[in-house]
Design a protein around this ligand. Structure first.
Ligand code: ATP
Ligand code: MG
Length: 254
């Protein structure tokens, strides 16, 4: 079976897209799956979250602009059948996005590149930038599923509607795309505002909202800064367990 491809998307910045991609990817690897994570953000946060490694000179930008260049794949972890590989990005992806505007088939570039490697993986997770531009469109066209991390803030609700509208547009060219789930990814349950918004979300988006929510947890921030997934960080068991329960929900839904 070809890989299940999941885009992690929300045009709002700083809501936990990259933390979710990193730690869900690492957890699925830990559970024995073959995982590819793709950085589609010129900020390169996902690439940095797996540490700086050699072999990152070629990035996803090169493969998007020139179909003769295959997706650059950097091995991160491997154990038995399980592995986690990364397609890195750098700031050059911003220039590539502008250059793509004038290219034929500009929305399909990632999908077509991915088709060449997808059968080597069980899961492909795509981290997207905080915008609804061509990089996010490429990511949504390449995916079957969208996972939406969100904060539990009033303004996030408006953002979710915008994202839903964009997904509806994408259906013109990728009719099978569907929302896998909405994740409260930085949930501070001590704040009344957040409790209210979380309740509203569950009432209005119903079963789409994952039962698991990720609370604000300093270990998540520490791990990202250290360039490692949570499971490698000492004392992060509690946060790692939350991503494990998220992974279980994801596995039950795909
Ligand atoms: N549950 C959490 N608790 C504490 N810190 C978190 C949590 N989730 C994410 N963070 C931190 O918050 C910041 C923003 O998270 P992240 O980079 O994952 O968001 P993003 O949506 O990918 O941002 P961008 O839109 O810029 O790509 C990061 O420093 C990250 O380490
Ligand atoms: Mg990010």
């Amino acid at each position: 079976m070809p890989a299940r491809t999941i885009s992690i998307a929300n045009q709002k910045g700083g809501v936990g897209k990259t933390a979710t991609t990193t730690n869900l990817g690492a957890t699925l690897y830990h559970l024995g799956h073959r995982v590819l994570v793709i950085d589609m953000d010129p900020q390169g946060n996902l690439s940095a979250s797996f540490g700086s490694r050699s072999g990152m000179d070629t990035t996803v930008a090169d493969a998007l602009l020139d179909r003769k260049i295959p997706l650059p794949i950097v091995p991160i972890y491997a154990s038995g059948e399980a592995r986690l590989d990364l397609v890195p990005a750098s700031v050059s992806l911003a220039t590539a996005e502008a250059a793509l505007m004038n290219k034929l088939g500009r929305e399909f570039r990632l999908r077509d590149q991915l088709a060449a490697v997808a059968d080597r993986y069980d899961f492909v997770l795509i981290d997207t930038p905080p915008a609804l531009g061509l990089l996010t469109i490429n990511s949504l066209v390449a995916a079957q599923l969208v996972l939406v991390p969100t904060e539990a803030r009033f303004f996030s609700l408006q953002g979710l509607q915008m994202l839903q509208d964009s997904i509806d547009e994408i259906l013109y060219i990728n009719p099978n795309l569907r929302i896998l789930g909405i994740l409260l990814s930085k949930f501070d349950r001590r704040l009344r505002e957040e409790q209210t918004v979380a309740k509203y979300l569950r009432e209005n988006w119903g079963a789409l909202v994952f039962d698991t929510s990720v609370g604000t947890n300093s270990k998540i921030l520490e791990a990202a800064s250290a360039g490692i997934p949570l499971f490698e960080l000492v004392g992060s068991q509690r946060a790692a367990d939350i991503y494990r329960s998220l992974a279980q929900e994801v596995l039950a839904r795909v």
